[in-house]
Design a protein around this ligand. Structure first.
Ligand code: GDP
Length: 426
């Protein structure tokens, strides 16, 4: 059976923890989109890890971890991550890389940084990992697939020459930076080839057989619904689809095989980078939530940047769950809210004097003001609780209020960052 694990919000919902947890009973874990621009933080018996490219199932002996064709593959970063986990005692993971995955080129990373510098105050808040230039090239049909590393030297150099002619115009005239040469890019690709060769295969054929054999397969999404380029807060989005539906494309499996869509929803809101965030809070209130959030503060796993903080947003989350095609909600980081006397929850947006519960397009979102309902807090530690009935009444009320507002079943409640800190609801 294929299960997708995706986010309903702006990312950082705790997908890594849920994936690591579900991987215990899975055979294959696949990354199907995005690149090394975001991170999943995982805490397990080997320690604490920030994964950027590796799927969150790499900590088990029994799993195969796959980089799907939809990923923006940064080969040096992938190998650094493999070395890092091995150096902390994790057994060498079994990894497969799709021959159709495309590679983040060193010039994608440079161009991402130069463009952010050029845009200055109007920048997208990119992590400068090369993701937007990478996907632009993919869809402009001038990207490099892993399979092309195995082409003969002449045809590969010929393509490099065509591609860098265009890049050099930008480098010279727009950014005033050093130019690229064919030999330099070719040499880099040969280094990539040496690193990746043992892992390359036809992933979709492997998955076709695995599905037929009844294997349990997880599709691990990066970021969340709000960052989807079609359905999110465009243009402050990422460059590849963050939706479960894209799992079929980015892994190369039939869409009807995705039977379960676990949408991870955080008990409060956080966001990185610029973009609309209606229930955002500021000042001391935000600082305290940021400091207490996650497993050691809400700071970016890739960049260390402080995350923007906000109260739970039912409007964005209902939409985020709907667009994912949610079958189950995993409600995470609930334990963090135990310090609050009262907890505001955003239940509507006021736009031009009218209150709506429907998530609007970006132009309207810019005008939206949050409408809050305030729920009582539970003022106690809930970590260590394993049965739903044992949660404090106000805590259960918070969960059930949100479940009703978003309209999708919360079947898992995460009350701590650890692998087994989870409460299942029937
Ligand atoms: P992801 O990108 O969706 O995997 O999310 P991140 O890893 O960026 O952020 C989630 C953070 O919350 C991580 O530091 C997790 O260890 C932590 N986390 C996940 N679930 C829980 C939970 O239930 N309680 C607490 N306190 N932390 C959690």
């Amino acid at each position: 059976m294929v299960t997708a694990i995706v986010g309903a919000n702006w990312g950082d919902e705790g997908k890594g923890k849920i994936t690591d947890m579900l991987a215990e009973t899975s055979d294959i874990i696949i990354r199907f989109q995005g690149g090394a621009n975001a991170g999943h933080t995982i805490i397990n018996n080997y320690g604490k890890f920030a994964l950027h490219t590796l799927p969150s199932g790499v900590f088990y002996d029994h799993t195969v971890s796959i980089i799907g064709n939809g990923v923006a593959l940064d080969i040096p970063k992938l190998f650094k991550e493999i070395k890092d986990i091995e150096s902390k005692g994790v057994p060498s993971p079994k990894i497969l890389v799709s021959d159709r995955a495309q590679m983040v080129m060193p010039y994608h990373i440079l161009l991402d940084g130069y463009e952010e510098e050029r845009l200055a105050g109007k920048s997208f808040g990119s992590t400068k990992s090369g993701i937007a230039p990478f996907y632009s090239d993919k869809y402009a049909k001038i990207g490099f697939q892993v399979s092309e590393l195995f082409d003969d030297e002449e045809s590969l150099k010929d393509k490099i020459s065509r591609v860098i002619t265009q890049k050099n115009v930008l480098l010279e005239h727009l950014y005033h930076k050093p130019l690229l040469t064919v030999d330099e890019v070719y040499a880099t690709l040969m280094e990539f080839k040496a690193m990746v060769e043992p892992y390359v295969c036809d992933v979709s054929a492997f998955l076709y057989d695995a599905i037929k054999a009844g294997k349990n397969i997880l599709l691990e999404g990066q970021l969340g619904s709000m960052k989807d380029p079609d359905h999110g807060i465009y243009p402050m989005v990422t460059s590849s689809s963050t939706l479960a539906a894209y799992g079929a494309i980015g892994a190369g499996i039939p869409p009807y095989e995705i039977k379960k869509i676990v949408t991870v929803v955080k008990a409060y809101s956080s966001a990185v980078g610029a973009g609309e965030f209606v229930s955002e809070i500021f000042g001391d209130e935000a600082d305290e939530l940021r400091r207490r959030g996650g497993d050691g503060g809400e700071f970016g796993a890739t960049t260390g940047r402080p995350r923007r903080m906000g109260w739970f947003d039912c409007v964005a989350t209902r939409y985020g769950c709907r667009i994912q095609g949610t079958t189950d909600v995993a409600f995470t980081v609930l334990d963090v809210l135990g310090y609050l006397d009262e907890i505001p929850v955003c239940v509507g947006y006021e736009i031009d004097g009218v209150v709506t519960k429907d998530f609007p397009v970006t132009a309207k979102l810019k005008k939206a003001k949050p409408v809050y309902e305030v729920l009582p807090g539970w003022k106690t530690e809930i970590r260590g609780i394993t049965k739903y009935e044992d949660l404090p009444e106000n805590c259960r009320n918070y969960i059930e209020f949100i479940e009703k507002e978003i309209g999708f079943p919360i079947t898992m409640v995460s009350n701590g960052p650890g692998r087994h800190e989870i409460i299942y609801r029937a």
